[in-house]
Design a protein around this ligand. Structure first.
Ligand SMILES: C[S@@+](CC[C@H](N)C(=O)[O-])C[C@H]1O[C@@H](n2cnc3c(N)ncnc32)[C@H](O)[C@@H]1O
Length: 285
C-alpha cells in the first residue's frame, strides 16, 4: 500500500514540477519579449538619430530665415520617450535639437522663433512617460515655446493641424509620422498636410512588411495603401526586391503629389532583406 502511495505521490510531484517548470519557462519568455519590445532597437535608434540630425539643420535654416516667427513640431506617434535600455525616443530627440539650437545660436540670432511641440500617442500611459522623462531630463524651458501632450488618434490630429497651419502666417510646421505599421497611413493625409504650403512631413515606413507576403497573397492594407496613391493595384509591379519596391513607392508618391512637392528618401538597411524607409516631403521652391 505504502509503495502505491509513494508512486502516486511521486507522479503528482513530477507532474506539478513539470507543469510548473513549463509555466515558468513561458512566463520568462513572455517577460523577455515585453522587455525586448521596450528596448530601442538599432534600426529605431538610426531612425531617431536621422530625425535629430535633420531637425537640427531644419531649425537652423528656418530659425535664421528672418521671416518665420513660430515653428510647430508635431510628433504624432510619440511613443514613450525613453526605453528600458535608456535610449531616447523621438520626443526627447526633438527637444534636444531645440535645446541645441538655443545653445548654439542664443548669441548669434537676434530673435529665435518660438518652437512649439505637440507630442501625441494613442496610449495615455506612454504620453505620461514622455512627460516624466522630459521633466527628469530638464529638456523643456518655457522660453522655447509651448509644449502640448495629447492622447488622440493621429487621424483626428491631422485634420486639426492642417486647419491650423492653413490659418496662420509666418509659421512653419514639421510633422513626424512614425507608426508601427502602415495600415492607417493615407497618401491623402500627407497631401492634406503639405497643402498648407508651410509644412514638411517626415514619414517612417516599415518597408520590410510591405513588399513580401505569405501565400495568402497581398494584404488588403497594402492594396489600400497603393490605391490611395491613385495607382490601380493591377498596375503595381510585385517584386521580391526591397529596393525595387522602395523605388516604385517613391515614384508613386512623386507622381501623386506632383511637381509642387519634393520627395526624398533615407534608407536604413538592417540586412539585405530588411530595409526601413524614411520619406521626406516638402514644398518645392
Ligand atoms: C513606432 S512607435 C513610435 C516610436 C516613437 N516615435 C519613438 O521614437 O520612440 C508607434 C506608436 O504609435 C502609437 N499609435 C498606434 N496607433 C496610433 C494612432 N492611431 N494614433 C496615434 N498613435 C498611435 C503606439 O502607441 C506607439 O507608441
Amino acid at each position: 500500500m505504502r509503495v502505491i502511495y509513494r508512486v502516486i505521490l511521486g507522479r503528482i510531484i513530477k507532474s506539478i514540477s513539470l507543469s510548473f517548470v513549463f509555466k515558468l519557462y513561458i512566463c520568462l519568455n513572455l517577460w523577455e519579449i515585453r522587455i525586448q519590445k521596450k528596448i530601442l532597437k538599432p534600426h529605431s535608434e538610426a531612425k531617431v538619430r536621422l530625425l535629430g540630425e535633420y531637425l537640427k539643420r531644419y531649425l537652423n535654416i528656418i530659425g535664421n530665415d528672418g521671416y518665420t516667427e513660430r515653428i510647430k513640431i508635431y510628433d504624432l506617434f510619440c511613443g514613450e520617450g525613453i526605453y528600458n535600455n535608456d535610449k531616447e525616443g523621438s520626443p526627447l530627440i526633438i527637444l534636444r535639437a531645440i535645446k541645441d539650437l538655443y545653445f548654439a545660436n542664443v548669441a548669434k540670432i537676434k530673435k529665435i522663433p518660438f518652437i512649439d511641440c505637440q507630442f501625441n500617442d494613442i496610449e495615455a500611459r506612454k504620453v505620461e512617460k514622455v512627460k516624466q522623462a522630459i521633466s527628469d531630463k530638464s529638456l523643456y524651458y518655457a522660453e522655447y515655446g509651448e509644449i502640448d501632450f495629447t492622447v488622440e488618434d493621429y487621424q483626428n490630429e491631422i485634420k486639426k493641424i492642417s486647419k491650423y497651419l492653413q490659418s496662420v502666417k509666418n509659421q512653419k510646421g514639421f510633422i513626424f509620422i512614425d507608426p508601427y505599421g502602415y495600415a492607417n497611413i493615407k497618401a491623402g493625409d500627407i497631401r492634406t498636410l503639405l497643402s498648407t504650403g508651410n509644412s514638411e512631413v517626415l514619414l517612417f515606413l516599415p518597408t520590410q512588411f510591405m513588399y513580401r507576403f505569405d501565400s495568402k497573397g497581398t494584404p488588403i492594407a497594402l492594396i489600400d495603401f497603393i490605391e490611395d496613391l491613385s495607382i490601380k493595384y493591377q498596375d503595381w509591379k510585385i517584386t521580391d526586391s526591397v529596393w525595387k519596391f522602395i523605388g516604385q513607392l517613391t515614384d508613386a508618391f512623386k507622381k501623386y503629389l506632383g511637381l509642387a512637392y519634393f520627395v526624398d528618401i533615407f534608407t536604413i538597411e538592417k540586412d539585405p532583406q530588411t530595409v526601413f524607409l524614411l520619406i521626406l516631403f516638402l514644398k518645392s521652391y
